[in-house]
Design a protein around this ligand. Structure first.
Ligand code: NAD
Length: 695
């Protein structure tokens, strides 16, 4: 059953019932329309109340129906709203907890709306690159006024029902201790005979001088919405509520909605929305897999990552003990955490009370005995197998049975690390990204022997820490860094062939990346990549790299931390200034290796950087390191600044068309350092079959 029908005296009560949030899927819509018809046919019924069971009035469209023909099957949401609005008996929406999107649009089609305080009221469609398509843009301004409705529709942000009491949106907001259904029924009895039935569509949006306000809104919204068309379309459709007759405004809304739903930007946002949800699902780890309780955490190493990782636990209210080798390092790590929170407090984003609470949850130690009772320990010591071995052997000795032993390693073999313990089933990788207290991504590395309950616990923990958890198998670099390595290699080869750092960075930034590879290198520290390459020269001599980055490091230019890298930096200024000596070094290097420099187009730069990642990702998928293409997109959207409006590298490749991607790769395979390009078999196969990674 997706909507229940009951009669209370002379009032019919239709209760939407489609957990978790009474999404208005086909079955729910059908049952609601039937309910209204049944009430109309019953002479004993004088009025109708529509409400929602459980935790919502209605969260809006049923996301399970997104992109499916069911969404358009009759009765559509439009039909349901029209059925309510044209009812000859008054219809009262009784709102509580959550009333969003199509749910709010349905309520706006009802003759009256009553609500509990504290209900979240929103039209969040803009967050998926859309606009409210079932009358929301025309009806909300008619009850809230132009300005408030426009703000809600353009931002998608929820507003609490009590804040909207006194507007024409609500006929009554009940007291917090009221019983919603009986209060709504009493309200319905009171208005049962009142005629004519009030309809939102008949109201006028009264806003003198609206053109000036609308123009101001267009300018502001345009400046803020970057590459996304939806916010401005929201302004235009809301504008129609003032400038057009209701029916014409509805037609205009429909037209703009159908336009937006076809845009790549909206498709990318919807892809990311679903990708995030599906990422926490692992086929052989069912949703009912037991998890272990995480009430106490420990972090080994109070350096850059350790401090940020600890803050995640503190933010979630989980006490943390930090362990270091030296008191000095421990003090420094704890002081950094305090400083970070103090800065947040200064910005007004953290109260003194919360600050005190968080700082009270963190302590430090030099003794392993003090962490033995933790439910999870996250190791974030130097990236060195010898050091990791010492730590994990010790953890195996001291940690209580059932504790999860997690490593933050970026490149080392997790299975080898697990092998240092007698409990490899308890060992897992939790790869945080820097700054760990800010970045959303958590790569969860599943070792060959990691227990299913341990994996399920890590996935649940990622949600608790407000991270996007993505599962990766064990390989060099896991999903994210393994792909970025190809991107970095191409960036180096481009320098050898004729590009300079500034051109490469600008091309990639124009594509939408937050930062190009060279500015990124300067920020992260060029010495880190240097150390990795030095190891690779020995371990994997078959992999070619441009030597330019090594030459840069030999000049002592490690990046922002030394005030100089690919670019120059000035104190107190993050701007990157091109450096003549560096550029001369690059040009000289081309001559030294006998490459005649040529002009390289921005398109080639972007294609080589992005497609090299896509090709590596196809290997990653084929090897089962990533479970699905959308997981790879999540890694790049949440951990590497890949432009959201392009939906992630795999979604982007699908948009371009895999045959086109493959053709470009084959072309580059004929060029300088062409050996770096070997089309992944999966890419070739999908391109031949006319499929995409996400199809
Ligand atoms: N920095 C990054 O951007 C980043 C991102 C993801 C993962 N990682 C990984 O996180 C780990 C830590 O990196 P980091 O950048 O925080 O390094 P860091 O050098 O800033 O911090 C390491 C800390 O570990 C301490 N330490 C060393 N040996 C120890 C031991 N035996 N017991 C206890 N403490 C010990 C050191 O005193 C130091 O404070 C590495 O495995 C690294 O690969 C780093």
């Amino acid at each position: 059953m997706t909507a229940e029908y009951q009669v209370h005296g002379t009032v019919a009560v239709i209760t939407l019932n489609n957990p978790p949030v009474n999404g208005l899927g086909l079955a729910t819509r059908t049952a609601a329309v039937k309910g209204i018809q049944q009430a109309l046919a019953d002479d004993a019924v004088k009025a109708i109340v529509i409400t929602g069971a459980g935790k919502a009035f209605s969260g809006g469209a049923d996301i399970k129906e997104f992109n499916s023909p069911k969404a358009l099957t009759e009765p559509s949401l439009h039909t349901l709203i029209a059925t309510a609005e044209s009812s000859t008996k008054p219809v009262v929406a009784a709102i509580h907890t959550v009333c969003m999107g199509g749910g709010l649009e349905l309520s706006l089609g009802c003759h009256y709306r009553v609500a509990m305080p504290g209900a979240q009221i929103a039209l969040p469609e803009v967050k998926l690159g859309l606009l409210p398509g079932a009358g929301g843009t025309q009806r909300l301004p008619r009850v809230l006024g132009l300005e408030m409705a426009l703000n809600m529709i353009v931002s998608g942000t929820p507003v609490l029902s009590d804040k909207l009491a006194g507007t024409a949106l609500f006929d009554q907001v009940f007291a917090a201790d009221a019983d919603l259904v009986s209060s709504a029924v009493a309200f319905a009895e009171k208005i049962a005979d009142a005629r004519p039935l009030p309809k939102v569509r008949d109201r006028k949006v009264d806003y003198p001088n609206h053109e000036a306000f609308l123009q101001f809104s267009r300018n502001t919204v345009k400046a803020m919405s970057g590459p996304f068309p939806a916010p401005l379309e929201c302004v235009e459709t809301v504008a129609a509520s003032v400038t057009m007759k209701f029916e014409d405004g509805m037609k205009f809304e429909r037209e703009r909605f159908l336009h937006l739903i076809q845009t790549t930007e909206s498709k990318a946002l919807r892809h990311a929305f679903f990708a995030e949800r599906v990422a926490s699902k692992v086929p052989d780890v069912p949703a009912d897999t037991p998890t272990r309780a995480i009430k106490q955490a420990a972090v080994i190493g109070a350096g850059t990552m350790g401090g940020g990782i600890a803050m995640n636990f503190l933010n979630a209210g989980i006490p943390v003990v930090m362990l270091e080798t030296r008191q000095e390092a421990l003090d420094k790590g704890l002081a950094t955490i305090r400083k970070n929170y103090e800065n947040t407090m200064k910005k007004g984003k953290l109260t003194q009370e919360k600050f005190d609470q968080r700082m009270a949850l963190v302590s430090g130690t030099l003794a392993y005995e003090d962490i033995g009772q933790a439910d999870i320990v996250v190791e974030a010591v130097f990236e060195d197998m010898g050091v990791k071995e010492t730590v994990f052997r010790k953890l195996d000795e001291v940690m209580k049975p059932g504790a999860i032993l997690a490593s933050n390693t970026s490149t080392l073999d997790l299975n080898q690390i697990a092998g240092f313990t007698k409990r490899p089933q308890d060992v897992i990788g939790t790869h945080f990204f820097s700054p760990a207290n800010v970045m959303k991504l958590l790569e969860i590395v599943r070792g060959a022997q990691t227990g299913k309950d341990v994996l399920a616990t890590a996935l649940a923990l990622s949600k608790k820490l407000k991270k996007t958890g993505v599962v990766s198998g064990v390989c060099d670099g896991f999903i994210g860094n393994r792909m970025i390595e190809q991107y970095s290699r191409q960036a180096g080869f481009l320098l050898e062939e004729g590009a300079l750092p500034e051109q490469v960075d600008k091309a990639v930034e124009k594509f939408g990346f937050a930062m190009g590879p060279f500015r990124m290198g300067d920020l992260a520290g060029n010495d880190i990549g240097w150390a990795i390459r030095k190891r690779r020269y020995v371990e994997k001599p078959e992999i070619s790299y441009s030597k330019t980055a090594d030459l840069l490091c030999e000049m002592g230019r490690f990046g922002q931390k030394t005030g100089a890298g690919w670019y120059d930096y000035k104190a107190g200024d993050r701007k990157a200034y091109p450096n003549e000596q560096v550029n001369a070094m690059i040009v000289q290097h081309s001559a030294d290796i006998g490459v005649a420099r040529r002009k390289i187009s921005d398109q080639e730069i972007v294609e080589r950087l992005v497609y090299s990642m896509v090709n590596e990702a196809a290997h990653i998928l084929e090897e089962g390191i990533a479970l699905r293409a959308s997981d790879i997109d999540m890694v790049y959207l949440t951990g590497y600044g890949f432009p959201l409006f392009r939906g992630g590298p795999m979604f982007y490749a699908d948009t371009v068309g895999l045959p086109n991607v493959l053709a470009a790769i084959n072309k580059y395979a004929q060029g300088h350092q062409g050996g770096a390009w070997k089309p992944a078999p999966l890419l070739v196969k999908l391109a031949e079959e006319g499929k995409g990674f996400n199809s």
